[in-house]
Design a protein around this ligand. Structure first.
Ligand code: KG4
Ligand code: ZN
Length: 378
């Protein structure tokens, strides 16, 4: 099975056997290109997919050591994602299918993320198999656009238990990184900065959506901004200045450096320094991770899950992986997460999901369409 993925800013193609064995997995990231703009520029992404996709597909076939005749089908992401980007992948997949005579199958990007934990190297074992997890599973897909908490009674069947009410966690990381001047993409930038910081120096909420397993991260961003600019200290009558990379403060209003006659005024009581950027990054990361883990574990208990799967780009976050593993273990529930490179967008997961979708539903016709939103399990 050839997989093609162009839903966002990664141009990717992969060859996967039997829905799980990775023969090749090529990802051309446009990260550096979009970093200049501080975020993804949709038209730039589409143009880059047009330029890179044929080369990436050729490379995926070469690395797998296969020709078109060796393939069984072509799987392509057809939503959710940036429409202009999706169109490039789907149009290319249709052309390849027409020329090769191979069946074509459209894949939901979120379902593809779920399948990352089922992938393995030729002589390896998948994280899912290794964990001993069984159905029903609870799966969290945490990415740049989604925060979907799913009940998975069996592969291919999804029930949505909770989702993002506003910013998705990856989006929240990206916005927080911009606020802290840490660059793009925000997730890895926050994680790097957080490694030098102390989360306990920053007070941030763990947002709860009442009577629901939904997520709401937009308030967290506002709370971070308040911490970053020292708004709280202004409320208590002090003036502070925030300086990136260090905790600095200015003297309280009214304090004069010297009194007439050369006497020194009493030193002001020390104003605690504003949290440094690293502390803010660590605090923000901890708040997002705690919230994701809390709702996932609540879902696990609610549905009596026999396994937990963590997936999506945010699953590349080490603290999230560790905290989720720890909390699952505490409850005696097996936990599986793919290696980091398979958590962020790639085409191996698309080929893996495509294998199962094709068996379940048969091939799609050449009228296969693209969708900016394509819910899973509603
Ligand atoms: O799944 P993905 O590659 O693309 C989408 O489907 O959206 O997820 C991308 C998101 C970005 O928002 C990025 O900041 C976030 O995943 N991300 C991370 C990390 N690596 C990527 N977030 C937190 N920690 C990371 N290490
Ligand atoms: Zn994704």
């Amino acid at each position: 099975m050839l997989g093609i993925e162009t839903s966002c800013d990664e141009t990717a193609a992969a060859v996967v056997a039997g829905g799980e064995v990775i023969a090749s997995n090529v990802v051309a990231s446009q990260e550096d290109l979009h970093a200049r703009f501080g975020g993804i520029v949709p038209e730039v992404a589409s143009r880059k997919h047009v330029e890179l996709l044929p080369l990436v597909v050729e490379q995926a076939l070469t690395q797998a050591g296969v020709t078109w005749e060796d393939l069984a089908a072509i799987a392509v992401t057809h939503g959710p994602g940036l429409v202009g980007s999706l169109i490039v992948g789907v149009a290319a997949a249709k052309a390849y299918a027409m020329i090769s005579g191979l069946p074509l199958v459209g894949v939901n990007h979120l379902e593809a993320h779920v399948h990352a934990a089922f992938l393995r190297e030729r002589d390896g074992i998948s994280p899912f198999a290794e964990s001993g997890a069984d159905f029903p599973l609870v799966c969290l897909v945490a990415s740049g656009g989604h925060s979907d908490l799913l009940r998975v009674p069996r592969l291919g069947e999804y029930e949505l238990l909770g989702c993002a009410r506003d910013d998705a966690p990856g989006e929240a990381f990206d916005k927080a990184a911009r606020l802290l001047g840490l660059g793009y993409p925000g997730g890895p930038a926050i994680e790097r900065a957080a490694a030098e910081g102390d989360a306990t120096r920053v007070e941030l909420p763990r947002p709860v959506v009442k009577d629901s397993l939904d997520f709401s991260f937009s308030g967290l961003k506002t709370a971070l901004k308040r911490q970053e600019t020292g708004v709280r200290s202004q409320e208590s009558g002090e003036r502070r200045t925030a300086r990136h990379g260090e905790g600095g403060h200015s003297a309280p209003a009214g304090w004069k450096p010297a009194l007439p006659g050369g006497r020194r005024p009493p030193l002001p009581a020390r104003v605690p320094a504003l949290p440094a950027t690293a502390d803010l990054a660590a605090g923000f990361q901890a708040a997002v991770v705690d919230t994701l883990v809390r709702n996932t574990m609540e879902a696990v208990e609610r549905v009596g899950a026999r396994g937990v799967i963590l997936s999506g780009g945010v699953a590349a976050n080490t603290r999230l992986r560790e905290m989720m593993a720890k909390e699952a273990e505490r409850r005696g529930v097996p936990f599986a997460v793919a290696p980091k490179r398979l958590c962020t967008d790639n085409a191996a997961m698309v080929a893996a999901a495509g294998y199962h979708v094709l068996r379940r539903k048969g091939p799609d016709g050449l009228e296969l369409d693209v969708f900016s939103t394509l819910p899973l399990g509603q």
